[in-house]
Design a protein around this ligand. Structure first.
Ligand SMILES: [Zn+2]
Length: 167
């Protein structure tokens, strides 16, 4: 296949490794980046993803940030949990979580369902927080990459049962 001399993979001549954040250069005329510590990552121009060859983990990029693309419910659940922890240490509490629509089916297995009195609509919760999904009005390009967003306000956490699922 013909490749111009200045060929670069879709993510450019170098990237930050999604694991250690070190700058990693692409191997000449390939779609492969090689991290000294984490091995080979391959850019897939079709899906705009970066694949860690050893583990099969995938990332997509939005505004210079790597977002892991989850294929197992525990992956995104732990990521949300970590972010809740981080918010807490910054003096914020989450009031709800908005999850990318593409994960609706994946995470449905562990959402807590409650049907409030006098409403027909079952409310879905995660770690005690109301869960919504990115709707059709959301910024589609961004939501096809990022995983979730926490809506936050200053203050200590309410008594969310953050750790209930991990007891
Ligand atoms: Zn690395």
């Amino acid at each position: 296949m013909y490749q111009p001399l200045n060929y670069h993979p879709i993510f450019g001549p170098e990237i930050r490794c999604p694991h250690c954040r070190q700058w990693v250069a692409a191997l000449t005329l390939t779609d492969t980046y090689l991290c000294q510590r984490h091995g080979a990552f391959e850019a897939d121009p079709q899906t705009q993803t970066l694949v860690h060859l050893q583990s099969g983990r995938c990332w997509r990029q939005w505004e210079e940030h790597w977002y892991r693309q989850h294929t197992h419910p525990d992956g995104i659940r732990f990521e949300i949990h970590e972010e809740l922890d981080r918010l807490h240490t910054q003096g914020y509490r989450a009031t709800r979580v908005v999850v990318a629509e593409r994960y609706r089916e994946l995470i449905s297995t562990f959402l807590e369902r409650t049907t409030p009195w006098r409403t027909d609509e079952a409310k879905q919760r995660l770690y005690g927080l109301p869960v919504e999904f990115s709707g059709p009005a959301s910024d589609e390009a961004r939501w096809s990459v990022i995983n979730f967003e926490l809506v936050k306000e200053p203050g200590p956490p309410l008594k969310y049962p953050y750790f209930r699922l991990f007891d």
